[in-house]
Design a protein around this ligand. Structure first.
Ligand code: AVI
Length: 357
């Protein structure tokens, strides 16, 4: 597998074998460091979330390799409309979106560089449409995918490199929620992409913080493309998070498997049930794991012994749904000015372009 994600300085060593051995060693060291950091973060999060009442776990924990694979499956389910709806909007409007963001900055022409920075890039399956549009307005296009999951990032880079070899790739493995993004200075326009309605997985306060941090890395005239799932009828919303094939259930339960694999926990996933509900007051879908019986669980590496009552829940995810008004309020609060918005014909999903400064 090609290694786009890690960059290793191997210096000037005499033989190809020496260089190869050093590269392997450095990559192994990086992978081990990352593993240790992830374990530390997981430990902190289970101590915080599982000792509290009501119990909760942070949704970033879904995305190990298996969770990312399951999420990719979710995006193809008949009930899960957001991905396909956003893709359709991009298919129809990518040129208009990129042209508007690029030309929003004064005096831009084909020679002026354009950088697309994607938060939570996943496998970048929709991003190619924007990158193709970017190549139609600029000869110098860079793509900076940012994701917490190195496997997903690797796939994103492979997908883009295969389809659009002329795009310069600068991947960043980072949990942009816990560690604010730091972008290299850039002499051109940056279009930040936060699509896939990932913003919906954060509370309004967290969402503002993420967008504020992102804004602090942008220059005046740079832009943000924000994807948001809109409020709609309850049955449609619930079906999207509780599909017939039970893939979303597997995605939710994978958190428990992950804790078994990585923290030596002894969850029996068959003793928990996936639950999805619509909270109309907070305007969000909530996902929970409900204990099907009274049970004791130990999480060895976190030194935790837990007692679950029958029916007790772990709150694992919020997925906020938006209105035009809440999008305006969110972006306005963090210093972005809306330049355009594109929706599907049912008004189920919105892509909003906003300029910073
Ligand atoms: C990644 N995120 C935008 C998804 C969502 O719709 O909130 C995560 C998801 N959870 C269950 N299904 C999809």
């Amino acid at each position: 597998m090609a290694t786009y994600v890690q960059t290793v300085d191997i210096g000037h060593f005499a033989t190809a074998e020496e260089r190869e051995a050093l590269t392997r060693e450095a990559l192994t060291r990086q992978a081990l460091t990352r593993q240790a950091l992830t374990r530390e973060a997981l430990t902190r999060e289970v101590r915080r979330g599982l000792s509290a009442r009501p119990r909760s776990l942070s949704p970033w924990m879904f995305y190990d390799a298996e969770g990312s694979r399951l999420f990719e499956r979710i995006t193809t389910l008949p009930e899960y409309y957001p991905t396909r709806t956003e893709r359709a909007i991009l298919a129809g409007h990518a040129d208009a979106i990129v042209a508007r963001s690029h030309n929003a900055a004064l005096h831009r022409d084909r020679s002026s560089p354009l950088r697309l920075v994607e938060l939570g890039a996943g496998t970048a399956s929709k991003t190619c449409m924007l990158l193709e549009a970017a190549l139609r307005v600029s000869d110098d296009v860079a793509y900076v995918p940012v994701d917490v999951c190195p496997d997903a990032l690797e796939l994103a880079c492979q997908n883009v490199a295969c389809a659009l070899p002329e795009v310069r790739m600068q991947p960043i493995v980072r949990n942009y929620v816990t560690h604010p993004l730091q972008l290299d200075p850039f002499d051109g326009t940056t279009l930040a992409l936060y699509i896939g309605t990932s913003i919906g997985n954060f509370t309004p306060e967290e969402a503002r913080l993420i967008l504020r941090n992102l804004g602090s890395q942008l220059q005046i005239g740079d832009a943000l493309l924000l994807g948001t799932d809109m409020v709609k009828d309850e049955p449609t919303l619930l079906a999207a998070y509780d599909d017939r094939e039970q893939i979303t259930a597997a995605f939710n339960l994978n958190i428990l498997h992950r804790l078994n694999r990585e923290l030596g926990a002894n969850f029996d996933a068959a003793c928990f049930r996936h639950r999805a509900l619509w909270n109309s007051v907070e305007s969000r879908i909530e996902m929970h794991l409900e204990s099907a019986q009274e049970q004791r669980i130990s999480i060895e590496h976190a030194d935790l012994d837990l007692h679950f009552l029958q029916g007790e829940t772990i709150h694992t995810e919020n997925s906020y749904k938006f209105t035009d008004k809440s999008i305006r309020a969110l972006l306005g609060d963090v210093g972005f000015e809306i330049r355009g918005a594109w929706k599907d014909c049912r008004g189920w999903y919105t892509l909003t372009l906003a300029c910073f400064g």
